[in-house]
Design a protein around this ligand. Sequence first.
Ligand SMILES: [Zn+2]
Length: 213
Amino acid sequence: MVSVDGQAVVLDQTLFYPRGGGVACDTGTLDTSKVRETTKADDKILHALESPVTLRVGDKVTGNVDWERRHRLMRMHTAGHLLSSIFYSKANCRITGNQIDVDRSRMDFNLESFDRTQIEGYVVEANELIRKDAPVKTYFLGREEALKLPDMVKLAEAAPPEEAQLRIVEIEGVDRQADGGLHVSHLKEIGQIQLLKLENKGKTNRRLYYDLV
Ligand SMILES: [Zn+2]
């Protein structure tokens, strides 16, 4: 353990993935202490514990990530990329926000019409692609090279990070995005996407909630 910041512990290395980019964080344990939340601040990963910190600087700890939760977040995240890719290619939808979580996830996007049948059709298409399956790959590309690729950054508001190398997440034959998150290695791992709810947020703003089955 490197330092204690209130209820939060900082380690010299960790497998815990912090909350960020609209994706929920890992939880788990450090020795016997439950990790309630993992966040990032100034390049440090903060492990917020449920109980008061009794560890001291220099102590060795064993971390355990809740893998069931982690895997579900990975499946939800890749599903989000797949949906946004279809919405973009079919209707030029710009994704304006997302919240990837364990129980249900949310995607906000711009679409002129609010046509349930049309949107339901996109989810059906996503599920067909999952059934066909495709590998999901991650790799690094030079920034210049990456930004030459069409539609690399689909989030309407998000500028690409100011880094020389961009991490690319590619659903082979379907989608490529600059992204730092964790994903499954094959579409099939997602299962099936279930459309939970559609909301009309006025003007062209639409909101979609989904779950996985
Ligand atoms: Zn992502």
